[in-house]
Every structure is written in C-alpha cells, then in structure tokens.
Design a protein around this ligand. Structure first.
Ligand SMILES: [Zn+2]
Length: 155
C-alpha cells in the first residue's frame, strides 16, 4: 500500500476516536468547523511528504503553484507571449515537481509540525472566531494529524 494511503487510513482511526471524545465532552458546537478540522487533520497527515518528488501532495502543490504563476504571467504579459503560456506552465510544473529537496528534512521535524499546525489553527481561529478552549482543542486535533505522520514514518 502506498505510504499516503497508510497515513489516511491511520488518521481515519485517529479522527474516529477524536470525534468520539469531543462528542462525549460536549465540545462540538459547529459541524462545519469540525469538518474543516477533519480536512486539515488529513491534509497535515500527508503534507510532510511534500519534500518527496514522488508523493501525491507534491504533485498537487506543483500543479497549484504552476497555475498561480501561469495566471500571474497571463495578467502581466503582452498578447504575443501569451501563446507561450502552456510552455511556461509545463516548465514551472517540472521545476516545482522536481526541485531537489531533502526527504524527511524540515517538514518531518517536531518543531516544524508544531509551528505549522499552530499557524493553521491560529488562522482558522481568526477566521471562525474561536474561543480559547476551542483554539486549544482544534490545535491539538490538527497537530495530532501531523504528528501521526512523523510517528508512522518511524516504522
Ligand atoms: Zn514522511
């Protein structure tokens, strides 16, 4: 089974127990926010392998970044060079996809996983106006998703 599927499967079990716990503690007051947190838990469980050129998350990010830059070029180029846009897209995709990065480098560090989860939880907290207790709960919720990846990588 590919690694990312193992992470998704493991996190499905983790999320199941998290949701059970939150429901039993009466800590679910908004199911939309819970769904968003579940999404980020899954996302963070596969995110660390972005430093591996063969991982699906790297492919997705390469497409997104290539699109963003191509749109930027589209908005800033003259009409005749717009015909080159597909070539730009392909070149950018190859650049982002195969840019050499050390596998199991910074994205597999404990301090980075904590800081990254904290930034996401804080951003979501500002968007959805969490109270402090919900901020802590959701921070731990998504952090556990990230840490499960580091944990599974030990085997
Ligand atoms: Zn990994």
């Amino acid at each position: 089974m590919p690694k990312w599927k193992v992470h998704i499967l493991f996190n499905s079990i983790l999320i199941f127990f998290w949701v059970k716990l939150l429901l039993s503690l009466n800590l679910v007051n908004d199911y939309i926010i819970l769904m968003i947190m579940i999404f980020f838990n899954y996302f963070l469980s596969i995110f660390p392998d972005i430093d591996h050129s063969k991982s699906p998350i790297r492919r997705i990010f390469a497409v997104i970044l290539a699109c963003v830059f191509t749109v930027y070029f589209f908005l800033n180029l003259s009409l005749d060079s717009i015909l080159l846009l597909p070539a730009y897209f392909v070149l950018l995709y190859i650049l982002f996809r195969f840019f050499p990065t050390k596998h199991r480098g910074i994205t597999h560090k404990f301090w980075f996983s904590t800081a990254f989860s904290f930034v996401i939880a804080t951003t979501l907290g500002i968007i959805f106006n969490f109270s402090f207790i919900y901020f802590i709960v959701y921070f731990l919720f998504i952090l556990s998703g990230y840490l499960s990846h580091l944990f599974l990588d030990m085997f």
